[in-house]
Every structure is written in C-alpha cells, then in structure tokens.
Write a protein that binds this ligand. Structure first.
Ligand code: ATP
Ligand code: MG
Ligand code: MG
Ligand code: MG
Length: 564
C-alpha cells in the first residue's frame, strides 16, 4: 500500500471521554470514529487490524473442526419467548418493530437462532457432534458503553455453538475449544489467562473466561503461580473456604414493601451493608436504576460511587425496576431458590420487597464485587474482601495473586437448557428421541484489538504484536518528490518486499521526517526503513524495529535478512 493512496488520518487531540489508553490511541491513530454512544466506524486502518484478528480466529476455529455459517442479526421475538429470554435478557436487548408491528431484537447472542436451526437440521445422532460458528456483528444496549470498542454496543463477536448426544462428548468439545482459544490468543501475541468462571444466570456446568492481563481491565482474576489455578474473583470467592452467607431465616419471603432503615435491614441479614451490594437495587434521583443484584449483566457496568453511604439514591419500587428491565427482576439471580430480598436505598431508608434473589446461596452476597470498579476501593480492604492476594488458593497450591484482566473469550457448557426449552431433539442409535447437550463459545473479536493495545503501547503509540500489525514494514521516504533516486530506490524496495510476501506500506506522502516517523510509530508498524538521499549516497538504509531503542545502518543484503 502506498500511503499517498490510502486514507490515514491521525489526530493530535482526543476527546475527553477517551479514558483508557487503547481508546485514546485508536482515535489518535485514526482506527476508529465514533458515530453514536458505543457505535463506531472502523476506518480502513482499523479494519486491517480487525481483519487480522478475525482471520486468525477463523483459521483456528476451522482447524478445530468447527463449521462456519452466518445467522441473521435480526431475530424474531417468538424465538426469544420460547426460552423466556425476551423478558429475562433485560435492558441489553435492543427491541425493534417492523411496519407490520412484528417485534424483533438485534441479536446480542445467538443461542435461540442456532437452537432453532438445530431442531430443523439435526435429526440423527449421526449428525453429531457438530460445532457451528459465525463471526458477526452483535448489539447489546450496554448501560454504560465506554472505552471505545472495549465495551461497545455494536461489536464483532465470534460465537460458536456445539451439539452433542452426551455430556461426555460435550466435555470433550469444550476442551477442544479451550485448546483452540489458547492457540488463538497465543498466536495473537497476547498475555492471557484462562480462568474458571461462574456459570451464573445462564446455568450450565462449566465455564472459563479468557482474560487478557491489563491494569485497565474491568475484571479481577485470582491465580496461583504454583499450580496454574486461576479463577475470576467471583468464582474464587465462591470456592473460598469460609465464604459467608446471610442466615437463611433472614431471606424468607417478606411482605412488600416493608420500609426499614438500611441499618435494620443489614442487621436482619446479618451482614455488613458493603458486603451485600449484590442484593441491592439503587436508583438515582433521576429514576435510573444504577445497580441491581446480580453483577454480570448490570452491576458490572456500573460504578456505585456512593456506596456504602447510599445517600444520593432514592427508593425504587418494583414497578420501576420491572419497567427498567422490561421484565420481572427475579431472573437476575444466579441460583434457585430465588426468594430473597432486594434492598433499595434512600437516605438511609431501605425497602424490602418480595421479589428477587441473591444472597441465599452460600457465599453469594460476598461474590462478584469488583473493588475499585463497582465500588471505591475501601480502606479496610481486609475486612471486606473475601479473596485477596496472599489467600490460599482453592486447590491448596499456595498463595493467590490478584491481577486485572479483560474478558476476550468465554467458553461454556450449557447442557440441555436451550434444546429442552425449544424442543430440539435427535434420534439416538436405538431410535429414541434425545435432547442434545450444547456448548457455546464466544470471542470478542473487536474487543481484542483494544485489549492488545492496552498490553502493547508506549509513549509514541501502539506497538502491535506481529500478528495484528496492519503492515509489517513501513518504508519512509524522505523528499520523495524532489529526489528521483530516492523515489526509485523506495519503489524498488517496496516491490521487492512485496515480492517476498511481506506486507509493506510505503510512506510517500512527502511529510517532513518528524511528522512521518511520529505517524508510523503511532500506528504501530513493527519495522521501519528510512530511505534518504544521504543514506543512498553511502549505500546504507536506516532500519529500526518499533521496540528497539536505536536504528541501525544496513546495506541492502543485511536489510533483507533482518526484515521478517
Ligand atoms: P462482559 O462481562 O465484558 O460484559 P460478557 O460476559 O457479557 O462480557 P459474553 O456474553 O461472554 O460477554 O460474550 C462473548 C465475548 O464477547 C466476551 O468474552 C467479550 O469478549 C465480548 N463482548 C461482550 N460484550 C461486549 C461489548 N459490549 N463490547 C465488546 N465486546 C464484548
Ligand atoms: Mg462477562
Ligand atoms: Mg456483558
Ligand atoms: Mg462472558
């Protein structure tokens, strides 16, 4: 590519709402442009990187034996009614009406569509096991879209769904996908961990998240270097010895709504208020529900800046919460039984309602608080946090370390939940109808681009891992228009590198060298060759790796062996 014929548009200023470095650099490098909250255009430069990630994901999914298809992003309400998720999915589901007043959603995920496909297509055990995948745009109406494509509303996901006759077969495919994910993130050049995750509201029996390690990550993960044990903090807390729960008698169905002070409710629950955020609904003065119970879908995206004081929030009633969620809130809880308590706070007043969930599973109300993100880091940390660095790992292998991470992938054994709800069945070898077991496997393709930058940048800009770089080599031409020999040498080197199959970009825009080098560093090209009149005079080319402190003067042969 000749940059003079490309559309590269780097910028100096970044909007104040770009809080983390990847978002800032993607805007400065001109990879992204914002159209609306959480909705972005990928510029030609950004798209080159996105496609690299996509290609590696696709290659490894194919290698692992998954089969690509493409499902619609617009999905009819009726399908989602079959699984109950039209109501239960909550505010992230973008609902749409057509001219005939038929209702649809823009797919945030595709369990319903694939299960519908499967019940029509898969009739016999001979067709199993099978794993279908797609790479497709999703929409989730995130409460707080932020960090650019890291937490967008419209984003690109690879999602795969497998079908099996037995749970053992599902477990094998789960491992196969786990291994494929490990290859994908390794090839992408990312530092990551696979961590045990809670199966939470979706249900199912096993789940791992793949987390790219980065201080800006929204998730906390606990791991033991001694054994390789790793879990997200929610899971580590669930497994931790001594996780405490509210006494069962405090969680019986109570009349609606009973007004009590926060202190009274806390006393009744036998817990510290700060520990019970999972079972609290908070509503701001404007009526916006700030936090509700189960973290995954709501709490995670919210900063409860005011806890444990709660003074800024007012009472929410059930109707408001239902309206906000578009559904009964009972689904949010991860486990049965769900009869429990919702706390809604208002200047030290709390209401106890007879719906919702939460703290009635052992340890549950202690779990999932992401300190520093969901709540301000308390100064009495030891008092509040259930799992912290230095605690014994659940597998007894030694002391836990805590790191922050970005969830870039998620594998899940769903079991029979969707197939059963939607009546998907296959005949086994005896001719008997069986409900298949399902797994689902997601990768945040667009989020990976941002996550990679969080891990790979310096003061000058992005430092792409090789596999993600938009080009491997930039040829920077000093005064291309005025010195014919320079122009010719650059064109010859450009053609030669292209001939060797190396992705090369020729910066023939005629910028001053300072501005040109700054752009090339900002957009993160791993290798740079400078062609100048002075260098040509001595038969030397200036070569520099993006991560090297200095450049080297090389002759042509040396250069060709150095470039990769
Ligand atoms: P998160 O916990 O970050 O909200 P999730 O658990 O809701 O993610 P999954 O349903 O597991 O997401 O979807 C699979 C993958 O899609 C995630 O691992 C993540 O990489 C990506 N993803 C999810 N939500 C977003 C988003 N809003 N923007 C970009 N990528 C996302
Ligand atoms: Mg998650
Ligand atoms: Mg989410
Ligand atoms: Mg997930």
């Amino acid at each position: 590519m000749r940059l003079s014929q490309f559309h590269l548009n780097t910028v100096k200023e970044v909007p104040a709402d770009a809080e983390i470095v990847s978002h800032q650099l993607m805007l400065r490098a001109g990879m992204l442009r914002k159209l609306a909250a959480g909705i972005y255009t990928w510029t030609p430069l950004g798209l080159r990187v996105l496609r690299k990630v996509e290609a590696i994901v696709r290659e490894e999914m194919n290698r692992a034996g998954a089969i690509e298809l493409l499902m619609p992003s617009i999905q009819p309400r009726e399908l989602w009614e079959e699984t109950g998720r039209w109501q239960k999915f909550g505010g992230q589901l973008l609902k749409i009406r057509d001219r005939k007043d038929q209702e649809y959603c823009y797919g945030p995920t595709h369990e319903e569509v694939i299960t519908d496909f499967a019940r029509n297509e898969l009739k016999s055990y001979r067709q199993l096991p099978i794993n279908f995948f797609q790479i497709q745009t999703k929409f989730r109406d995130e409460i707080r879209p932020r960090f650019g494509v890291m937490r967008a509303r419209e984003f690109l996901m690879k999602d795969a769904y497998s079908f099996h006759l037995t749970p053992e077969c599902l477990a094998r495919e789960y491992q196969n996908m786990y291994d494929a994910y490990t290859r994908i993130f390794t090839r992408l050049g990312l530092r990551f961990r696979a961590v045990q995750a809670d199966t939470g509201a979706i249900g199912g029996s096993a789940s791992h998240e793949f987390s790219v390690l980065a201080d800006s990550g929204e998730d906390a993960i606990a791991f033991s270097s001694a054994s390789g044990y790793a879990a997200n903090v929610e899971m580590a807390e669930a497994l931790a010895p001594g996780a405490r729960a509210a006494p069962a008698e405090a969680l019986q169905r109570v009349a609606t709504p009973t007004q009590k002070t926060c202190a009274e409710v806390a006393a009744l629950l036998g817990v510290d208020l700060a520990r019970t955020v999972k079972s609290i609904a908070l509503v701001s003065e404007s009526g916006f529900v700030l936090a509700l119970l189960r973290g995954d879908h709501l709490l995670n995206e919210i900063k409860l800046a005011k806890l444990p004081g709660l003074a800024e929030f007012r009472l929410a009633n059930e109707a408001e919460i239902v309206e906000h969620l578009g559904s009964e809130p009972g689904f949010i809880g991860p486990r049965e039984p769900r009869k429990a308590i919702t706390l809604v706070a208002d200047r030290s007043v709390a209401a106890m309602a007879d719906f919702v969930i939460g703290a009635n599973a052992v340890g549950y109300h202690l779990r999932g608080v992401n300190w520093g993100r969901d709540l301000p880091e308390p100064d009495h940390v030891a008092d509040i946090r259930n799992v912290q660095a230095g605690d014994a790992a659940a597998d007894g292998s030694g002391a836990l370390q805590i790191a922050r991470g970005i969830e870039v992938g998620h594998v899940f054994q769903l079991g029979q939940k969707y197939a059963a709800a939607m009546g998907a069945q296959v005949l086994d070898a005896q001719g008997k109808a069986q409900t298949p077991f399902m797994g689902c496997y997601g990768i945040g393709v667009s989020r990976i681009v941002a996550a990679a930058i969080e891990q790979n940048h310096d003061a000058a800009g992005i430092r792409w891992p090789r596999a993600m770089a938009p080009w491997q080599v930039a040829i920077c031409v000093i005064n291309p228009k005025s010195v014919a020999a320079v122009d010719q040498a650059a064109a010859a080197l450009y053609a030669e590198l292209q001939g060797c199959g190396i992705e090369v970009v020729l910066d023939d825009r005629g910028l001053r060298s300072g501005a040109m080098f700054a752009d090339i560093e900002l957009i993160g090209i791993p290798q740079r060759v400078v062609i100048s009149e002075r260098g040509l005079a001595t038969g030397q080319l200036e070569y520099r790796r993006r991560d090297a402190a200095d450049s080297e003067m090389l002759n042509k042969e040396q250069l060709m062996t150095r470039i990769r």
